[in-house]
Design a protein around this ligand. Structure first.
Ligand code: DGI
Ligand code: FE
Ligand code: FE
Ligand code: FE
Length: 187
């Protein structure tokens, strides 16, 4: 599938704001892919489709977790986590994307994972630092992204966990595992 076809499928799934974010992730991820050596075509597809399920009804996403035997613990950490694994499932089913590396990058783009591939790290990081993101600390992560992929991913997951704790939200266990795994990777 080429870029224009992919964008045409994704656009009606998203708000204008989220579509602009997706274009930002696309641009940033291709820069990171070039620098750190991820396949540009896989990067393009993963970036374009990463938030495909963002606006699906929560109940539909919860039902897919149950029906498709996705990890049950996804149901107990708020609803924001669901769009990544459910998105990977729907992108395969509805858009016919069957490249497992691309689907993995979509699946793990919110929580990260232990031992992420370069492509998974590129999408995880691009989602955090794309030009339309404005949260505190993002500029430091942007600077690190030019120097060290793993250190930049670590800063992103650390910031996210700190943010969630300040918001009195639960931390998904895989987010903690991502943090711990990257701590080992950077040393
Ligand atoms: O979909 P985006 O907004 O582009 O970004 P994202 O897929 O990284 O999702 C970010 C959201 O996910 C944000 O609202 C925080 C939430 N989130 C990320 N990690 C965790 C989490 N929520 C909980 N409860 N626990 C987590 O570990
Ligand atoms: Fe997302
Ligand atoms: Fe993210
Ligand atoms: Fe996103």
């Amino acid at each position: 599938m080429n870029k224009e076809e992919a964008l045409k499928i994704v656009k009606p799934q998203l708000t204008d704001h989220r579509y602009v974010h997706t274009l930002g992730v696309l641009e940033t991820s291709l820069v990171l892919a070039e620098k750190y050596g991820a396949d540009p075509k896989k990067t393009e597809l993963a970036a374009i489709f990463h938030d495909y399920a963002k606006f699906r009804p929560k109940e539909e996403m919860r039902q897919i977790v149950k029906d498709e035997r996705l990890p049950e613990n996804l149901l107990y950490y708020g609803t924001e986590l669901l769009h990544a694994p459910v998105g990977a499932y729907l992108v395969k089913k509805e858009a016919g994307i069957d490249d497992e590396e691309v689907l993995g990058a979509i699946y793990y783009h919110t929580t990260g994972n232990v031992n992420m591939s370069i492509l998974e790290k590129v999408i995880f990081l691009a989602d955090y630092i794309e030009p339309n993101r404005h949260f505190p600390g993002v500029e430091e992560v942007r600077e690190m992204a030019l120097l060290d992929l793993e250190k930049a991913c670590l800063m992103a997951v650390r910031n996210t966990i700190q943010f969630l704790i300040r918001q009195n939200q639960k931390i998904y266990p895989l987010s903690i595992a991502t943090y711990n795994g990257l701590m080992d990777e950077v040393n």
